[in-house]
Design a protein around this ligand. Structure first.
Ligand code: ISE
Length: 335
């Protein structure tokens, strides 16, 4: 029996996940699309044969149209979907962030802990990128000695007017706050933000690029260039500095051409293509885990909560200072 997935939100990511589940995921179909915008819903439904459309998740649940839910709305709309889905005991893959702040994330964790086991996986897809996985193996193996530093860049070509200053942290660096502790095996201890010269191609209301500095519990330092106006394309890359060597991931790997006296390598222009295979692996593994009854195979809501705490420190750090991140005790439920 195919898993019947209800996709909530048919924007950029929702539409991408609908195409993925329909065309590239085995063992699952999109059985419902929950989207208040009728035009978007119809466009998405055209790519998902047999999918019913709803305007509210409650209606899809009441119609018994879904076995599992994939939430792909913007972060501020996650909580009103997570709550009814948890109450219906449905497995959930929730796009990042879990919720926009730690208080609402904690409420979700409390609700989830009423169930027999974790039901929420959070869509931090970088953990499913093959190069990130190899870097993590190198760090864990110790083959290059101890990890000392991570030097990361996170560059977007441009952003729309709805992208605010705090979204540099909550929408973008949110990924580093998940993947860095996962890579380094150590939590974020402090966050600091520095402002280099402003790019006057940035939208007027943004002061960026920014440099985010993290100190991890184990003493590793991480710097992240967060840049959302780099114009030329989309680039996410990391250099790891070890005692006995270096490692790099995320280097351009597209088509190479020699033409007109020039050598060129194609670079991505969007996260949709840069992380396409990571998204594919993430969704396939989630579907497999749900069908096997384990429900989660990747970052869970506890990870989402820790990231929310780091984001709060990061947003504070936008106003200056070195901000500490609280490291709470993990409930046994998430062990
Ligand atoms: C977007 O929401 C993402 O999740 C992308 O991975 C990130 O690169 C981008 O900055 C965000 O706006």
């Amino acid at each position: 029996e195919d898993l019947r997935v209800g996709v909530v939100g048919a924007g950029l990511m929702g539409a991408d996940h609908i195409a993925r589940i329909t065309n590239r995921t085995s063992g699952a179909i999109v059985s419902a699309i929950v989207e208040p915008d009728a035009g978007r819903a119809a466009a998405a439904a055209a790519n998902a044969p047999g999918a019913l459309t709803f305007t509210r998740i409650e209606d899809a649940i009441a119609a018994d149209a879904v076995d599992a839910v994939l939430i792909a709305t913007p972060g501020q709309f996650h909580e009103p979907v997570l709550v009814p889905a948890l109450e219906a005991k449905l497995p959930i893959l929730c796009e990042k962030p879990l919720t926009p702040d730690s208080a609402t994330s904690w409420k979700i964790l409390e609700l989830e802990q009423k169930l027999d086991r974790p039901h929420i996986q959070v869509g931090f897809m970088r953990r499913f990128d093959a190069e990130y996985q190899k870097l993590r193996e190198l760090i864990t193996s110790g083959d290059a000695g101890e990890l000392l530093m991570l030097r990361a860049v996170h560059r977007n070509p441009s952003v729309g007017d709805s992208y605010t200053q705090s979204m540099l942290i909550t929408d973008s660096v949110v990924h580093e706050f998940d993947v860095v502790p996962w890579l380094a095996g150590s939590g974020v201890k402090t966050v600091e933000v520095k402002y280099p010269r402003r790019n006057d191609l940035s939208p007027e209301h943004l002061r960026e690029p920014i440099l985010v500095l993290m100190e991890l519990e184990n003493g590793v330092f991480v710097d992240v260039e967060m840049n959302v106006s780099i114009q030329f394309g989309y680039q996410v890359a990391t250099e790891a500095v070890f005692q006995k060597g270096l490692a790099r991931i995320g280097q351009p790997s597209g088509l190479q051409t020699w033409k007109d006296g020039k050598f060129e390598v194609a670079e991505h222009t969007s996260f949709v293509t840069r992380f396409a295979s990571a998204y594919d692996v993430q969704v396939q593994r989630w579907v497999d885990a749900v069908r096997a009854g384990t429900l989660v195979d990747g970052p869970n809501s506890w990870d989402g909560y820790r990231v929310a705490l780091a984001c709060e420190a990061g947003v504070k750090a936008l106003d200056g200072g070195i901000i500490s991140v609280e490291a709470p005790e993990r409930p046994a439920f998430y062990a």
